[in-house]
Design a protein around this ligand. Structure first.
Ligand code: SF4
Length: 515
């Protein structure tokens, strides 16, 4: 073993030693549970952690985790295989390799990990002697089609129950190619599973887990995550609201499902000093304040993933401040009241003004607002309104915007809406930065990578193949552009949403955006 390979293993061992809650088990169905981003990102994923626990709950299954290496080049230079954490086994040695994919840009991580495992990246080039490769995760709520060339089975939507069905089937299947074919044939006919290219397969349908499986929660707490040593738990799933750009809106799996605070509190381990309440619309939980109060009174530091400005109260913001929060983060999303109305985002200026006041009164230092830029029909008048209103807010409390270019998603009324264009988004960002200088800080995600995300979120298999080509070519933006062009990947832009919910005049003739 080379020195560099040894140091990579040492790093894995250091991380394992720092974890609380790691599971070890011997079982016939052994699954390498892979996250196509580095450890500190993957271990912050509630879905990944929940599926890890569910797999271990199955009487005949066990899971060993693997992550995209922090330093892929070092692993390649060491000519070493990618190892699981728990068993330090090459991931291709386990009979099942399961990916949890959160969003479009992680497709290259899937390609990388398959390649590091010594497996062909394309499913059609693998044979029955190789692991069954499956995938699930948040990406499957919107558009898993670009993922389909790389995997044998996709678990659509909420996978807590689907993984038990899958493990039952694998455990009961005969060994060898016949058993694998039987598993694929059976899954192809079951709702919630998608076997790409199967001649008798069902169309992909997002699954819903039984309420008894809720709440999702951390299995492992570790200091080496984005949310250092925070125990995550989901007091509600889904959302009862109808923002037209959002995959988690009320039409997805029946809207919001809540968990009683008593059950949530009973599942928070004593050792967890930091607790993250995670969900699509946590502050819409009807008993969020008593839940938060109990946690804070117990001396815990608490974060909430989704604060809705119209649900904030002095007590709720005060509790967050008492538990250590220095920034109040919520979303305005549209640049103007007109745009927010158009996307059915119910946040009004009065709610954001109240949020700023509450944050200041609670002694917080900053108000942070998420904002989408480049919505269809957005005009300079909308940006001027943002500048005027941002200036007003900044007189109450220091203000920061987290800006993301708008990317249309499948399974939403805005599916098919075009991307504004890299140049246009950058131009608008430049304008806002100059106009808000000294009054608000703007932190923006890259317009270029948002365009890549758009091409994947609105694309088909050819977009997935382009992701593979771009990864092979080094992953630069130029490589992505070239790959999309050569694969003929075409987004679903210039199509109108079927329910006509978008009401902006400029939508009459959507241009097809180009970078
Ligand atoms: S954006 Fe938030 S509030 Fe709107 S539907 Fe989605 S989860 Fe609900």
């Amino acid at each position: 073993m080379s020195v560099s390979h040894w140091s990579l293993i040492e790093e894995q061992r250091r991380r394992l030693a720092a974890e609380v809650g790691t599971l070890h088990k011997q079982a016939p169905v052994q699954i390498a549970l892979a996250y196509p981003s580095p450890y500190h990102v993957g271990m912050s994923s509630l879905g990944f952690q929940t599926i890890y626990r569910e797999l271990h709950l199955h009487p005949q299954a066990s899971a060993e985790r693997a992550f995209l290496p922090d330093d892929v080049a070092a692993l390649r230079a060491a000519r070493a295989p990618l190892l699981t954490y728990e068993g330090e086994r090459p991931i291709a040695e386990l009979p099942v390799l399961a990916f949890s994919v959160a969003y479009e840009l992680e497709l290259t991580g899937v390609c990388e990990m398959l390649d590091l495992a010594g497996l062909p990246v394309l499913a059609r080039e693998r044979d029955a002697s190789m692991p069954l490769v499956i995938a699930g995760g948040p990406l499957t709520f919107s558009n898993p089609v670009p993922l389909s060339p790389f995997v044998d089975v996709i678990l659509m939507g909420e996978a807590e129950q689907l993984v038990h069905e899958l493990c039952d089937l694998i455990a009961g299947a005969p060994a060898g190619p016949g058993g694998r074919a039987l598993v694929l044939d059976t899954l192809a006919a079951r709702p919630g599973f998608w076997v790409p290219g199967h001649p008798r397969g069902l169309a992909p349908v997002v699954a819903r887990a039984d309420d008894e499986r809720l709440p999702a929660r951390s299995q492992i707490v570790t200091p080496h995550t984005e949310l250092s040593s925070m125990f995550l738990i989901e007091p509600e799933r889904g959302c009862s609201r109808g923002c037209t750009y959002c995959v988690m809106r009320r039409t997805t799996n029946g809207g919001m499902r809540t968990v009683e605070p008593e059950r949530v509190l009973g599942l928070v381990p004593d050792h967890a000093r930091k607790v993250g309440l995670v969900g699509a619309a946590v502050t819409d939980h009807p008993r969020i304040v008593p839940l938060l109060r109990t946690l804070v009174d117990a001396g815990r530091q608490v974060g909430i993933s989704s604060l809705r400005a119209d649900r904030l109260s002095a007590e709720l913001v005060g509790l967050l401040a008492r538990s250590g929060a220095r920034t109040l983060t919520t979303a305005s999303d549209g640049a103007s009241e007109r745009l927010r109305d158009a996307i059915d985002r119910k946040t009004k200026e009065k709610h954001l003004l109240a949020a700023a006041q509450l944050a200041r009164d609670a002694g917080m230092r900053t108000l942070k607002l998420y904002l989408m830029l480049g919505l269809p029909g957005e005009t300079s008048a909308d940006l001027d309104e943002l500048v005027r209103f941002g200036s007003e807010l900044s007189k109450i409390i220091p203000l920061a915007y987290g800006v993301a270019p708008f990317v249309a998603k499948r399974n939403t009324p805005m599916d098919g809406a075009p991307f504004a264009g890299v140049n246009e988004v950058e131009h608008k960002l430049g304008y806002l930065r100059a106009a808000l200088r000294g009054r608000a800080e703007l932190r923006a995600t890259s317009a270029r990578w948002a365009w890549v995300e758009y091409m994947l979120s609105q694309g088909d298999e050819s977009a997935g193949l382009a992701a593979m080509d771009a990864w092979r070519a080094g992953g630069s933006f130029a490589a992505w552009k070239r790959a999309f062009k050569e694969r003929g990947a075409t987004p679903r832009g210039a199509q109108r949403p079927s329910d006509g919910r978008l009401r902006l005049p400029a939508l009459a003739a959507w241009p097809t955006a180009a970078p």
